[in-house]
Design a protein around this ligand. Structure first.
Ligand SMILES: [Zn+2]
Length: 417
C-alpha cells in the first residue's frame, strides 16, 4: 500500500502566477499542493479543499513562484581576484563557503540558482546534497569550470583550451563530471587581470564545436560576453544565453550596441541575461531622497547599460536579469536579487510585473526548466515564496519574506496560521 498523498492548501490575499506578460494577480487566492507539486491554483472559491488537506492561512500576503537567480558564483567573495582565490583556498573551504551562501539564498526566497563558474566538482556534491535534503539551499544548476583560453577569463578554474578539438574534449569531460550546462568565456572578464574584455576569446568555429557537443549531450550553453564581437560570435555559434551582454567596443571602455546582432538574437531566440551586481547604495535609497553628485554619476553610467537592455527587449530579444553575485560585501548580499529587482523597477523603468517574470518565468525558460518551475500552474514543482504586501504595487514588498516553500515543504519562515 502506498501512503495517501500529502495535501496542503495555502490561502493568500494575492496570487502572482508570473504565467504571462498580461497575467493579472488573482485576489483571495489559493494553491493546492499535493506532495511536491502544485495540484491547483486560482481564486480560493474555485479551488475546493480536499478532505484531509492541511489548510494554511497567509492573510495580507502575496504568493509568487520561488525566485530564480540565473547567474551567481557561490564560491567567490567580494574583493578576491581569481589569482589570490586560487592560491589561498582549497576545494573543501570553497564547498563550505558555497553551502553557507546557498542557505542564505533560499532564506531570501531564491529557490533556483545557476552557478556560472566554479572549479573542481564540489558544487555537484552540494547540488546533490541539497536535493537529498542533507543541506538547505536552492535547486542548483552548475557548470563547473568555464571553458576558457590559456590565461583567459577565470582560467584558474581549470578550463583552459586553445582549439576546437580540445574544447570538445573538455565539454565531454565536464558532462562526465555531472555538470548541468556548459559555461564558455566568449570574451575576457574584469575579474581576470590581463584578459581582454573587448575582444573575442574564441572564433565562431571554436564556439560552434563547444555548442554542438554540449547540445548533443543535452546541455545548454551560457556564454560570458562583455564585448560586442563576443556577443556576435556566441550568437552565430548558437549559444543559448548571452551572459552580461554588455555591448562594449574593442577597447572595453565604450558602448557599441549592434542592432543587427540584437536582431539575430531575437530571430534565434538567444536569451540576454543582464548579469550585473546591483549598486546597493542606489538600490536601498528611497526614491524620494535626492541623490548625491557621486550617486547621480553612478546612476547615469548604469542607465546606459539599462538603455541597451531595454533596446534589446524592444527588438524582441528574450531578456532577464541576474545578480552575477559575488558574496560578502554586505552581510545580506545573498538578498542581492531582491535589491536588483527593486533597482530595475524603480530606476530602469521596467514594470513590476515584467521584472518579476524576469526573475521567475523567463529564466526558467532560458535554463530549460520551465516544465518544472518559474510559474505557478498545476503540475509544476511547488517552489513558492510568500511576502507580506503586494510587490506588483510596491516592489519593495518583495523584501518582506514570510515563508519559502520548496517542493511543497516549508523550508524557511513562518509556519502557517
Ligand atoms: Zn559571472
Amino acid at each position: 500500500m502506498f501512503p495517501p498523498p500529502r495535501r496542503l492548501y495555502l490561502r493568500c490575499d494575492a496570487l502572482i502566477t508570473c504565467a504571462g506578460p498580461d497575467a493579472a494577480p488573482i485576489e483571495r487566492a489559493a494553491v493546492l499542493i499535493q506532495d511536491d507539486r502544485i495540484a491547483a491554483a486560482g481564486r480560493a472559491a474555485d479551488v475546493p479543499i480536499p478532505s484531509g488537506a492541511e489548510v494554511a492561512e497567509y492573510p495580507g500576503c502575496a504568493l509568487l513562484p520561488g525566485l530564480i537567480d540565473g547567474h551567481v558564483h557561490l564560491m567567490y567573495r567580494r574583493g578576491e581576484t581569481v589569482h589570490d582565490h586560487a592560491a589561498r583556498f582549497d576545494d573543501q573551504q570553497l564547498l563550505v563557503r558555497s553551502a553557507f551562501h546557498a542557505r542564505l539564498l533560499v532564506e531570501a526566497g531564491v529557490t533556483t540558482v545557476r552557478d556560472c563558474g566554479s572549479r573542481g566538482t564540489f558544487l555537484q556534491a552540494l547540488r546533490d546534497g541539497i536535493v537529498g535534503g542533507l543541506l538547505p539551499g536552492p535547486r542548483l544548476l552548475v557548470s563547473g569550470p568555464p571553458v576558457t583560453t590559456t590565461a583567459g577569463h577565470l582560467w584558474p578554474c581549470g578550463g583552459e583550451v586553445d582549439s576546437a578539438g580540445a574544447a570538445r574534449t573538455l565539454v565531454r569531460r565536464l558532462v562526465k563530471e555531472g555538470v548541468d550546462f556548459v559555461k564558455v568565456m566568449a570574451t575576457g572578464g574584469r575579474m581576470t587581470p590581463g584578459s581582454n574584455v573587448g575582444r573575442a576569446q574564441f572564433s565562431v568555429d571554436e564556439l560552434r564545436a563547444i555548442v554542438d557537443d554540449a547540445h548533443r549531450l543535452g546541455r545548454r550553453v551560457a556564454a560570458h560576453c562583455l564585448g560586442t564581437v563576443g556577443i556576435a560570435a556566441a550568437t552565430d555559434a548558437g549559444v543559448d544565453t548571452i551572459e552580461h551582454c554588455a555591448w562594449l567596443d574593442e577597447t572595453g571602455e565604450r558602448y557599441a550596441f549592434d542592432e543587427s546582432v540584437a536582431r539575430r538574437m531575437a530571430d534565434r531566440g538567444t536569451y540576454c541575461n543582464l548579469a550585473t551586481q546591483p549598486n546597493r547604495v542606489l538600490a536601498e535609497k528611497p526614491r524620494n531622497q535626492p541623490l548625491t553628485p557621486v550617486e547621480r554619476r553612478q546612476l547615469e553610467s548604469i542607465q546606459q547599460r539599462w538603455h541597451w537592455f531595454r533596446r534589446g527587449i524592444e527588438l524582441g530579444v528574450p531578456s532577464f536579469f541576474s545578480t552575477d553575485a559575488i558574496y560578502g560585501q554586505w552581510e545580506d548580499s545573498c538578498r542581492d536579487l531582491l535589491w536588483l529587482t527593486t533597482l530595475i523597477v524603480e530606476r530602469a523603468g521596467i514594470a513590476p510585473s515584467d521584472a518579476l517574470r524576469m526573475v521567475t518565468a523567463i529564466p526558467a525558460q532560458a535554463l530549460g526548466i520551465d516544465e518544472h518551475t518559474g510559474t505557478i500552474a498545476p503540475g509544476k514543482i511547488a517552489d513558492l515564496l510568500l511576502v507580506r504586501g503586494d510587490p506588483l504595487h510596491t516592489i519593495r514588498d518583495l523584501h518582506n519574506t514570510v515563508a519559502v516553500y520548496q517542493s511543497g515543504r516549508l523550508t524557511h519562515g513562518q509556519p502557517p496560521a
